[in-house]
Design a protein around this ligand. Structure first.
Ligand SMILES: [Zn+2]
Ligand SMILES: [Zn+2]
Length: 325
């Protein structure tokens, strides 16, 4: 019964514009990393999204935002958008692209809360639908160790990298992993079900003295943890796209991406085109392989392959994985 918190799904194949959906086990919300081509997502998928993490706002990573806006409009919801320098301006620009003369009559408010990530702080602004998406700037938030978001059970880091414009690599880290031992449940005649999610949440919140009522009997979280759960290392998902292979970028990555469980990484060009890759501030498959090696990733998914390599999928793959031998 080992279930990790994050359930990642690349929305498209490796040649389409970036979008990674991260569902969260047992949660009613999900995350989207980059909003490129999201045409394959259902409205139901989109209604669940409550945080969007944008690497940068080159069009291929951001045009999907309009569909999200369209789907969430009129819903009582706060959508958080994270991104690099100018993300507030860019979100504002998108919102300014439409006419909002009737929205003050909506009964429910839809709010976009925007976080602009720097090395040590985030700028913040909100846009409320009922106020016709007029910008409201809020005080900056100081950040430490690149942690841009944290809640019980997981942490999100954002690393600012160079792509001739800042491009953010995101790291999603589960605090730890709680495994439920089914045999122990059977032995204690405890049912499976919804209580397990609440139980796990309480462990993440360190509320070990709380009680859980099962079969008419009250158990402390600590006692249950002792008897039916084992704790192991959490999953770490790293997402890297649109970056220059430079010493500065690599040094920064080295500090943060070690022991990745699952790496999502761009592999735009082949090694023979490394000059072209440098000019465009993108990675070759070989460079992506080098980064994968640093990350010690157990699993690697590559994407954002240049359309000029439509027939070179195997070469890209071989070049990347050659680095891991
Ligand atoms: Zn791109
Ligand atoms: Zn780009």
């Amino acid at each position: 019964m080992a279930k990790h918190l994050f359930i990642p799904k690349l929305v498209n194949g490796p040649y389409n514009d970036n979008a990674l959906l991260l569902s969260l086990f047992g949660k009613s919300y999900s995350y989207l990393v980059d909003a490129g081509d999201i045409s394959k997502l259902s409205n139901r998928d989109i209604l669940k999204i409550n945080r969007i993490f944008i690497s940068h706002t080159h069009m291929d990573h951001f045009y999907g935002f309009d569909r999200i806006l369209r789907t969430l409009l009129g819903k009582p919801k706060i959508l958080q958008v994270y991104g690099p320098k100018n993300i507030i301006k860019n979100v504002h620009g998108k919102l300014n692209g439409y006419t909002w003369n009737l929205v003050d009559n909506y009964s429910e408010d839809f709010i976009v809360e925007c976080f602009e990530i720097y090395n040590n702080k985030m700028k913040r602004a909100i846009f409320s639908c009922k106020k016709k998406f007029k910008i409201e700037n809020l005080p900056d938030i100081e950040i430490k160790q690149n942690i841009i978001y944290k809640e019980d059970g997981h942490t999100v880091k954002g690393l600012i990298l160079e792509h001739r414009t800042p491009s953010v690599a995101y790291i999603f880290e589960e605090d730890f992993m709680i495994n439920i031992i089914k045999e122990q449940l059977d032995l204690l005649k405890l049912p499976q079900g919804r209580w397990i999610t609440d139980f796990k949440t309480k462990i993440f919140q360190n509320k070990l003295k709380d009680k859980i009522l099962l079969n008419g009997k009250s158990y402390s979280v600590a006692a249950l943890k002792e008897r039916v759960a084992t704790i192991t290392e959490g999953h770490k998902i790293t997402y890297i796209t649109d970056i220059l292979f430079s010493k500065k970028n690599i040094d920064k990555l080295k500090k943060h991406i070690k022991n990745t469980s699952l790496l999502f990484i761009e592999a735009c060009f082949l090694n023979i085109e490394r000059d072209r890759a440098r000019e465009r501030y993108h990675l070759t498959a070989k460079q992506a392989g080098y980064i994968a090696k640093i990350s010690k990733a157990k699993k690697i998914k590559f994407f954002h392959i240049s359309p000029i390599h439509l027939n070179d999928y195997t070469s890209i793959k071989n070049e990347l994985f050659e680095m891991l031998k």
